[in-house]
Design a protein around this ligand. Structure first.
Ligand code: FMN
Length: 188
């Protein structure tokens, strides 16, 4: 059993990564393996609507998407974590959602029945819209989404500030526990 947390911030060791590591630690505590994947420094181009992936399970864009898509396919749980950029997910995260989502859905709904959910960090506002944006992706792809003790959002601006948001950190932790619980129940 394995969970992956994909961090859509271009900033390594930033708030989104800290929050995701926290969630993954809660998952590992429950005996489910966890891996963090950063989009920072990778080349993930936007979807160009060529529709090749409607005919076969591949994307002709030659960049860093494919190894991540392969890990997403193998994972029992996928967490998509994004900072809020102008009230929305980061461009890196959106490119991943569009391409991985379309390839998976066009080729036997590869993410169907997995466990997953969003994590969102912002300085001040835009969490809810971004959280919803990510939930739409999980929903249409057929994931089971566990809840937490609040929506999975946290506050922070400069790297590390998110650790001061006690409720946000606790929510992310409890979300991780529920992800692991659900994975174990589904795979039992
Ligand atoms: C281009 C850009 C747009 C941003 N837009 C918002 C926003 O709409 N709302 C907000 O509260 N914070 C916004 N922020 C602040 C980030 O969400 C915040 O610094 C967050 O902690 C960044 O996560 P990271 O440390 O993982 O990179 C923005 C930051 C950048 C660089």
């Amino acid at each position: 059993m394995k969970a992956i947390g994909i961090v859509g911030s271009p900033r390594k060791n930033g708030n989104t990564e800290i929050l995701t590591r926290h969630t993954l630690k809660a998952i590992e505590e429950e005996g489910v393996k966890a891996e963090l994947i950063r989009l920072a420094g990778l080349d993930i181009e936007p979807c160009n609507a060529c529709m090749v992936c409607k005919k076969e399970e591949r994307c002709p864009i030659d960049d860093d998407l494919w190894p991540i898509y392969t890990k997403m396919k193998k994972a029992d749980a996928i967490i998509l974590a994004s900072p809020v950029y102008f009230g929305s997910v980061s461009a890196q995260m959106k490119a991943l959602m569009d391409r991985a989502g379309y390839i998976a859905m066009g080729n036997g709904r590869k993410f169907e029945g997995k466990v997953g959910g969003p994590l969102v960090v912002a300085r001040r506002a835009g969490h809810n819209f971004t959280f919803a944006q990510l939930m739409y992706w999980f929903h249409i792809a057929g994931f089971f989404m566990p809840g937490s003790t609040y929506w999975n959002i946290a506050f922070g601006r400069e790297p590390g500030e998110v650790e001061g948001d006690e409720e946000g950190m606790t929510t992310a932790w409890n979300f991780g526990k529920n992800v692991a619980l659900l994975v174990k129940k589904l795979r039992a």
